[in-house]
Ligand binder design. Structure first.
Ligand code: RET
Length: 296
């Protein structure tokens, strides 16, 4: 046994090398594609600026509920900067060999054409993973703004996590094309629950809490932008590959992220900073509600 290992060092090297090589080469691959790398670096820069800006915007918040909204909102660019740094470094991307029947299955030996051993289409799976952390924060902030109850907040967050995790599965299944789309369908079903809460449940709560005006704006922004994500997935490189370019697909997500995260968060925080008292007044039912009077 020992002898076998000693005389066959290439077998050991082959077993270890691909992981290391693929990360280095994924990094090179991204850097060599100006469209792809700019879509990632632009978000790292914007997340950095947003973190500093949001820290400043939250400096005078007094009420416990406003502070909780602020923390949830701050977490959005914080998760984002980590997410995009992981993507750009090659840590959370891979080259996925698409199942038979996928538009990129035989044609696009994309990795090989870039000098990377093995086959496969570029897959930034880290995006779907980190949405599991960032999108619940957006929902927590919105739920607190609407002064919703715990059950609805819990439902929105868990359905959203379900959407992200099954979306990750849809992107990573390589065995069978139908199963990729089955996971896509499951993810959409979770998404319907989130959209229902945003469009039906929370507007009524927000009206009662007196935050309906800003909630209405953020609700439209959120629902319209979030609906575009499954569309991009479906037409992008991982779905039907009507857009084959990894750079273009990545820019579509990055542009959506810029609006759904930084612009959304800016509008929310600007309003919360100017309406701290109103936000504080509503805190009776949501997670922070009971703590509010004592902390203020
Ligand atoms: C996927 C594909 C599977 C079906 C559905 C999707 C929805 C994704 C959404 C993502 C929102 C992301 C945001 C990120 C900000 O950090 C996973 C693309 C329904 C709605 C807002």
């Amino acid at each position: 046994m020992l002898e076998q290992l000693a005389v066959d060092p290439t077998a050991v090297a082959q077993a270890v090398e691909p992981l290391q090589v693929s990360q280095n080469e994924a990094y090179e691959y991204i850097q060599d594609d100006a469209l792809l790398s700019s879509s990632l670096w632009a978000n790292i820069a914007l997340a950095g600026v947003s973190i500093l800006l949001f820290l400043y915007m939250g400096r005078n918040l007094q009420s416990d509920r406003a502070k909780l909204i602020w923390v949830a909102t701050m977490l959005v660019p914080l998760v984002s900067i980590a997410s995009y740094s992981s993507l750009v470094s090659g840590l959370t991307v891979s080259f996925t060999e698409m199942p038979a029947g996928h538009a990129l299955a035989d044609t696009a030996n994309i990795a090989e054409s870039a000098g990377i051993p093995g086959e496969g289409a570029f897959s930034p799976w880290g995006r779907y993973l980190t949405w599991t952390l960032s999108t619940p924060m957006i929902l927590v902030a919105l739920g607190l703004l609407a002064d919703t109850d715990r059950t609805t907040l819990f439902t929105a967050v868990t359905m959203d996590v379900g959407m992200c995790v099954t979306g990750l599965a849809a992107a990573m299944v390589t065995s069978n094309l139908a199963l990729r789309w089955i996971f896509y369908g499951i993810s959409c079903a979770f998404f319907v629950a989130v959209v229902y809460i945003l469009l039906v449940e929370w507007p009524a709560d927000a009206a009662e809490a007196g935050t309906d005006e800003i909630f209405g704006t953020l609700k439209v922004l959120t629902v319209v932008l979030w609906l575009a994500y499954p569309v991009v997935w479906a037409v992008g490189a991982e779905g039907l590959a009507l857009i084959e370019s990894a750079g273009l697909t990545s820019w579509a997500y990055s542009a959506l992220d810029i609006l759904a995260k930084y612009v959304f968060a800016f509008l929310l925080l600007r309003w919360v900073a100017a309406n701290d008292r109103l936000v504080a007044g509503g805190g009776t039912t949501a997670a922070a509600g009971e703590a509010a009077p004592a902390d203020d």
